[in-house]
Design a protein around this ligand. Structure first.
Ligand code: C5P
Length: 409
């Protein structure tokens, strides 16, 4: 899990309404707490039948607020719907039943959750989860539209098997998606709003026969962190990725590819309209000249020679085609003479900026959670102006985007 630095120490007010997916909020609360957030929870009576208040209060290390608290002698004087919404930086309603959605859309404040939603003046994110026919009903659709018109974020439910036995749209999205959407709502920066950012990530695979390939240990994490961060800062993000086990961040459009040639074709297709192109992928430099149609047999000979041919340099191809307003950012993974090689690459590939990292050091580069990089700019962009960033890949992504942001006109 990579928490953006601006999301630490934030205060999350969680409203849980009575959908079966309420049990998933235990994991959600745990993840927010792990990220350094504080969490207050309002549990409707229906939700309390599905998930234990004690579980949620133990995980959040605070009492859970129930409907009875609104007017009880014990806690009513705290005016919980006002004090909780004054306290919060963001309010998340997950799962949000059709009824909770209606209450928010119509300003029904007859319950603690309803009153809190009406009193809330910080960003609100709704995660509707219900039977697919209830979600498709025009009444629900209208309520969701109304809330969007009010400026709130409604995250569409996932499709799949539902508790009622139906298969359709209505599932609560994964905890990862809920975290991404919470961070997006909390993000203080919108410097990429209205910008299209094209990011490449992960390794490529160059098959030599139907079951074997040449690749690299790239996990894709750096590129995925850049995609998540750019999306939070308002960008329309397209993520062209080689095979990776990372989860595509919520709100990011994935374009999965396998080989370098496929990656090049996808990038050239997506180039138009892109304001920024960030090439974080570890592209294979060579591919098999003739890919064997059948699995290569070991018995055939003691030695095997596979003839390789050079792959296209995607960054170079883009730099030839791009307009001067489009910003092209490359990566340089080096094991020696890092700055010299990075500066040479700016020239040879026609980049506006390069992110150099010394992959010979521990905790940098391939398949680790942290990184330490220096960015350099081209002469036309007033370079080299080196700037260094280190930390989690998400923190480094944030530094890289700060540097890119300075180039946006
Ligand atoms: O030449 P080198 O592989 O070190 O350059 C790294 C940079 O160039 C990265 O941004 C990588 O994504 C990009 N690259 C590319 N096409 C290739 C090889 C690398 O776009 N065939």
């Amino acid at each position: 899990m990579m928490t953006p630095k601006w999301a630490r120490n934030k205060r999350v007010l969680l409203g849980v309404s009575g959908g079966i997916a309420a049990y998933k909020t235990c994991e959600l609360v745990r993840m927010w707490m792990k990220s350094g957030c504080e969490v207050e929870t309002i549990l409707t009576d229906a939700a309390a039948a599905l998930v234990s208040p004690l579980t949620l209060s133990t995980l959040s290390k605070r009492r859970v607020w129930r409907n009875a608290d609104l007017l009880s002698d014990e806690s009513g004087w705290r005016i919980p719907h006002i004090s909780l919404t004054d306290w919060a930086d963001v309010m998340v309603i997950a799962p949000c039943t059709a009824n909770a959605l209606r209450m928010a859309a119509t300003g029904d404040s007859s319950t603690l959750l309803g009153a809190a939603m009406l009193a809330c003046s910080v960003p609100m994110v709704f995660f509707p989860a219900m039977n697919s026919r209830m979600w498709a009903n025009p009444a629900t659709k209208r309520n969701a539209r109304t809330l969007e018109e009010f400026g709130h974020k409604i995250v569409d439910p996932d499709s799949g098997p539902l508790a009622c036995g139906y298969d359709g749209k209505g599932r609560l999205p994964s905890v990862g998606v809920i975290l991404d959407e919470t961070w997006a709502a909390l993000c203080p920066l919108r410097d990429f709003a209205g910008r299209k950012v094209l990011i490449t990530a992960g390794p490529t695979r160059e098959y030599i026969d139907p079951v074997r390939f040449i690749s690299s240990p790239s996990s894709g994490r750096m590129g995925y962190a850049l995609a998540a961060e750019a999306r939070c800062r308002g960008a329309d993000v397209v993520l062209v990725s080689g095979p990776s086990s990372e989860r595509v961040p919520s709100g990011v459009r994935p374009v999965p590819v396998t080989s370098a040639v496929e990656m090049k074709d996808a990038c050239l297709r997506e180039l138009s309209g892109s304001d920024v192109i960030i090439k974080a992928a570890a592209v294979g430099d060579y591919r098999a000249k003739d890919r064997a149609g059948q699995k290569i047999k070991r018995e055939k000979s003691e030695f095997l020679t596979v003839e390789l041919e050079r792959n296209p340099d995607i960054a170079r191809e883009i730099s030839i085609r791009k307009s001067p307003a489009q910003i092209l950012v490359g990566f340089a993974a080096e094991t020696e003479s890092v700055s010299e090689n990075a500066l040479k690459k700016i020239e040879s590939k026609g980049l506006d900026m390069i992110v150099a990292n010394d992959v010979s050091k521990d905790g940098t580069g391939f398949a680790v959670a942290t990184n330490s990089v220096t960015v350099y700019f081209s002469g036309e962009r007033g370079g080299p102006r080196p700037e260094s960033f280190s930390g989690s890949k998400r923190d480094v992504a944030s530094g890289i985007l700060d540097a890119v942001s300075g180039l946006l006109m």
